[in-house]
Design a protein around this ligand. Structure first.
Ligand SMILES: [Zn+2]
Length: 198
């Protein structure tokens, strides 16, 4: 903390402005960076003119030129993305629950759309389900992207409005099946969007 403050002070001195200005600039940059994955996912929802759930991830995948494989993979690997000059492949662990496979695909697409790597391979082990501080930054970003892509805020709100009822467990189940996501993923999403669950 102290070290961070000293750094801000040093930068501030360098530019001849006060420390608060630098602090706010960095805070704004961090916020922008934090919002980037969901902003990108929102752009894609618009671009593909997606107006109803479930979001067709396979169409997006195809449009981006990725070959999609549902394979037997070691249980701790949920997905792999390979992107190099010769090939663009995404592998999804076919042993996992269908909702998890969808989330894994959204996650891998996140790595692609967020330009996390230009040439290479990225394997997603079950670490993506570990505690926040143990997860790689790019995987956190890919998760935020997947969450917005699979459960776009605008479509989630629309579904709730159309339901004309309280957000009870039954509606939660119904919506999870409409969006083809797990109820846990939907619960997190609704909480992030500020909805109160019964
Ligand atoms: Zn990942």
């Amino acid at each position: 903390m102290l070290k961070e403050k000293l750094t801000y002070q040093q930068i501030a001195d360098h530019y001849g402005v006060n420390q608060g200005t630098i602090y706010n600039m960095i805070k704004r940059e961090k916020q922008k960076r934090f919002q980037l994955p969901s902003r990108k996912a929102k752009e894609i929802i618009k671009q593909f003119e997606i107006t109803d759930p479930p979001v067709d991830l396979k169409a997006i995948d195809k449009h981006e030129g990725f070959k999609l494989f549902f394979n037997k993979l070691p249980n701790n690997i949920s997905g792999i993305i390979e992107s190099n000059k010769k090939e663009k492949n995404i592998f999804i662990n076919s042993d996992h629950a269908p909702t998890r496979q969808r989330f894994s695909l959204g996650h891998e697409l996140g790595h692609h759309f967020l330009n996390h790597f230009e040439d290479g391979e990225h394997k997603d082990t079950t670490t993506i389900f570990r505690k926040e501080d143990e997860v790689l930054e790019i995987d956190r970003e890919a998760n935020r992207f997947a969450s917005e892509l699979l459960m776009p805020a605008v479509l989630v709100k629309k579904q709730i409005a159309l339901a004309h009822r309280e957000l009870d467990p039954e509606l939660l189940e119904q919506m999870a099946s409409t969006f083809e996501v797990s109820t846990i993923a939907l619960t997190y999403r609704l909480q992030n969007l500020g909805f109160e669950l019964l």
